[in-house]
Design a protein around this ligand. Structure first.
Ligand code: FEO
Length: 402
């Protein structure tokens, strides 16, 4: 084991021993343009405890960071807060290497890890509210089912007020900085919001309930240690409040117009709708799916109140890029959006109706009927598009107030 990698102290007895993935650019469809980290933590209690592990190819980096502060064979407990393989991938190998006394996870974590690794992992299930003595310190556990997997849980180290929050409050950001106050605030805010939009949007209602539970439990934390990105030691209230706000998905005076176009006819319609929205006083994000990524669309929708989608019709279907982004959004289920469909076609023109059906699937409130035209839109069609933009702006103003 080489000694290049070092552990980084995050509180008196807790060290970051994770790994930095500078190169990853795709996480199941979410474009991670700044890479990521897989955070594992070492608690130097009487019972030395490893909190989560890392993605398999980064095992040696994590073990080397551990070895910079203790002999890995001295780890007595391992806790798995989240079974997804970016945090558990090397768990069986780490268990083999350090031979801990005990390996703890949630009830659902034990089930999931068995389904992932099969064989006989020595897992001890923990229930919501359980505590575990580390000798001179105590961990307590809070189940956070479906945030964002059924197995997910938080661990809390009372003596040092550290909340190990697995994916929650995380972000995909590879950087040399380990703490929130060391990162450019604009990048921090953007990446935290992008992470929420792309990972947590489907579970927004559960987040609202979880934050209420955390408040009611009276837990005080001065550090939030997530499984990705920087450790929060400064803007704790800021990130918790932003989660509370994002989880509500309140509509705002902003519209996102997405389109795919073959010969710029659908694009002309998108521009006319955008002008109508602007005339109506809306902020607008116009996104050609030839130029934008689906995960940027998810980010833009986090603070929007309308989603208007257009596509040319190609061989009786919407363009592949539009099916891609709408399939992604249908999974994320953003809430409280007004919407509409539009598009140009040569002869059959199925795309706008197909778009409407997909928007209806995630309960977008449709305004009017789809606007369609053959080939290049004439002035009458463009005026109709502009009026649609104005109408959506008016309805959005009624919804969110002036
Ligand atoms: Fe970072 Fe859900 O794994």
């Amino acid at each position: 084991m080489h000694d290049t990698f070092k552990a980084i102290k995050i509180s008196d007895h807790v060290y970051w021993v994770g790994a930095i993935d500078w190169s990853i650019r795709d996480f199941h469809g979410y474009m991670t343009k700044r890479g990521s980290t897989y955070n594992a933590y070492l608690i130097l209690a009487e019972k030395a405890t490893l909190m989560d592990t890392v993605r398999t190819p980064f095992r040696d980096e994590m073990m080397a960071r551990i070895a910079s502060v203790i002999n890995p064979a001295d780890i007595q407990y391992i806790i798995s807060n989240h079974s997804e393989m970016d945090h558990s991938g090397c768990l069986p190998e780490v268990i083999d290497a350090v031979k801990p006394e005990k390996v703890y996870t949630s009830v659902m974590g034990a089930k999931t890890l068995k389904e992932i690794f099969h064989g006989d992992l020595p897992l001890i299930p923990l229930k919501d509210g359980d505590s575990l003595s580390l000798g001179n310190m105590t961990l307590s556990f809070l189940e956070t089912r479906m945030l964002h997997w059924p197995d997910s849980m938080f661990s809390y180290l009372a003596e040092e007020q550290v909340l190990f929050s697995q994916d929650a409050f995380g972000m995909h950001l590879a950087s040399s900085q380990r703490f929130d106050d060391e990162v450019d605030p604009a990048i921090l805010r953007y990446e935290a919001a992008t992470y929420f939009a792309n990972i947590l949007t489907p579970y927004a209602a559960l987040i609202t309930k979880l934050l209420a539970r955390v408040t009611a439990s009276g837990l005080n934390f001065k550090i939030i240690a997530p499984d990705h990105g920087p450790v929060w030691r400064t803007d704790i209230h800021g990130i918790v409040n932003r989660y509370a706000e994002w989880a509500l998905q309140k509509p705002a005076r902003k519209a996102v117009v997405l389109y795919g176009t073959m010969w710029h006819s659908t694009e002309k319609m998108a521009l006319a709708i955008t002008e109508g929205l602007l005339t109506g006083g809306m902020e607008v994000k116009l996104m050609s799916m030839d130029a934008c990524h689906r995960s940027d669309v998810a980010f833009e929708l986090l603070g929007a109140g309308a989603l208007i989608v257009g596509s040319s019709t190609l061989n009786n279907h919407m363009l592949p890029g539009m099916a891609d982004v709408l399939t992604y959004l249908r999974g994320l289920k953003p809430k409280n959006l007004l919407g509409a469909a539009f598009g140009s076609h040569g002869w059959s023109g199925e795309a706008p109706r197909q778009i409407e059906e997909m928007l209806a699937d995630f309960r977008v409130e449709l305004v009017g009927n789809p606007i369609q035209t053959r080939h290049v839109p004439d002035q009458g069609v463009l005026t109709q598009c502009c009026e649609l933009g104005r109408l959506i702006a008016e309805k959005l103003r009624d919804k969110v107030g002036d």
